[in-house]
Design a protein around this ligand. Structure first.
Ligand code: NAP
Ligand code: GDD
Length: 339
């Protein structure tokens, strides 16, 4: 019998890659969408999957809607990827973020508890929960210190997932995924903002790139490999929680420098903090500037994960390293912006 999977957040980066993986594995894939504009399906379109995923309308804010879908579809596996996922917006819309990212998880779990307890459940938790990091690198034992309404809401989602596993014996897993990027990444996130701008500058369509905190450090991996880890978690004999990361950390400044390198432009830095500038070494033209508009009220300065448990227990491994990731994103954006 064909397994039936329900993916929430189907329009997002991970939703598209996960749908692709599950379709390749022969699943019947239902994609839950909160119904906005048609244009939002650009990722599924880019992967040629638009007709293969069965789109259904489900908003995590609407309890009866969630219950109804779970009752109707009777999924074998549920991947909860839906979220207000942009950290900066969570400071502007903390209540909406909590409704979706915290209570939304509980709505799905309650629906499963009543109508489909045997389904396997994946919750998209995040390295942002480590926030002001308590030790280096971070693993499944590291204490949390969230620094944004987003990560506080996600922490609720993480713990309630564990609680439903412990209280009701449900097969619930929480994946603590570190940042993962790709050519399908949203344009508001720093990596894609950089690679898209570098491509624009390279084609003479943009003047400069304006960023926030250049010194923040992240553990950046490649999204298709991370959705594979989600699937592996739900195939294991026991439900558990796993850190998924590369084990390396790099700054926004390094990412920027590498991205310009990949476009054949060498950057020379000058100044500190908001006064930082990046100039084209050849022409002296300013290509990178800093604006406090992109700063956050509380920042996560550094993240570096330890994926040992996933490597040992799931046989997962990070393959795409930093340089290759930057290169592939820049090349994609240069190609796609070509006049
Ligand atoms: P994404 O591209 O922002 O996708 C999130 C999706 O959730 C969007 O398609 C959005 O729909 C949907 N959504 C938002 N509110 C909703 C609601 N009320 N009801 C139903 N759907 C709703 O995020 P992603 O990068 O693919 O990440 C997937 C998940 O992993 C998210 O939960 C994120 O927080 C988490 N995560 C991501 C990373 C990362 O580095 N990418 C790392 C750790 C954890 P619209 O398209 O209509 O806006
Ligand atoms: N977005 C953005 N835009 N970030 C900038 C900019 C800018 O212009 N300039 C500097 N940054 C810094 C941010 O301050 C942050 O420290 C870092 O770049 C990464 O920002 P984002 O790419 O927006 O990602 P994030 O780390 O805040 O959150 C992402 O990763 C989390 C996992 O750790 C999101 O995908 C979350 O949903 C995910 O949970």
């Amino acid at each position: 019998m064909m397994k039936r999977a329900l993916i929430t957040g189907i329009r997002g980066q991970d939703g598209a890659y996960l749908a692709q993986l599950l379709l390749e594995k022969g699943y019947d894939v239902y994609g839950a969408d909160r119904r906005s504009s048609e244009a939002g399906f650009w990722r599924l379109r880019e992967l040629g999957l638009e007709k293969q995923v069965k789109i259904i309308y489900m908003d995590l804010l609407e309890h009866t809607n969630v219950v109804d879908i779970i009752k109707k579809i009777q999924p074998d596996e549920v991947y909860n990827l839906a979220a207000q996922s942009f950290v900066k917006t969570s400071f502007e819309q903390p209540i909406f973020t909590a409704e979706v990212d915290a209570i939304g998880v509980l709505r799905i779990l309650e629906a499963l508890r009543y109508y489909r307890q045997e389904a396997r459940f994946y919750q998209a938790s995040t390295s942002e929960m480590f926030g002001k990091v308590q030790s280096m690198p971070q693993d499944e034992q590291t204490n949390f210190h969230p620094r944004s309404p987003y990560s506080i809401a996600k922490l609720f989602g993480h713990w309630v997932t564990i609680n439903y596993r412990e209280s009701y014996g449900m097969f619930c897993c929480s994946g603590i995924l570190f940042n993962h990027e790709s050519p399908l990444r949203g344009f508001e996130f720093v990596t894609r903002k950089i690679t898209r701008s570098v491509a624009g500058i390279r084609h003479g369509r943009e003047d400069r790139l304006v960023l926030g905190n250049l010194d923040a450090k992240r553990d950046w991996g490649y999204a298709p490999e991370y959705v594979y880890a989600m699937w592996l978690m739900l195939q294991h004999e026991r439900p558990d929680d796993y850190v998924i990361a590369t084990g390396e950390t790099h700054s926004v400044r390094e990412f920027t420098e590498r991205a310009f390198d990949a476009a054949g432009i060498r950057i020379q830095w000058e100044g500190e903090g908001p006064e930082s500038k990046g100039r084209d070494r050849k022409t002296g033209r300013v290509l990178v500037e800093v604006s406090p508009d992109f700063y956050r009220p509380a920042e996560v300065d550094i993240l570096r994960g330890n994926p040992e448990k996933a490597i040992k227990v799931l046989g997962w491994e990070p393959k795409t390293r930093f340089d290759t990731l930057v290169q592939l994103m820049v090349e994609h954006d240069i190609r796609s912006l070509k006049p």
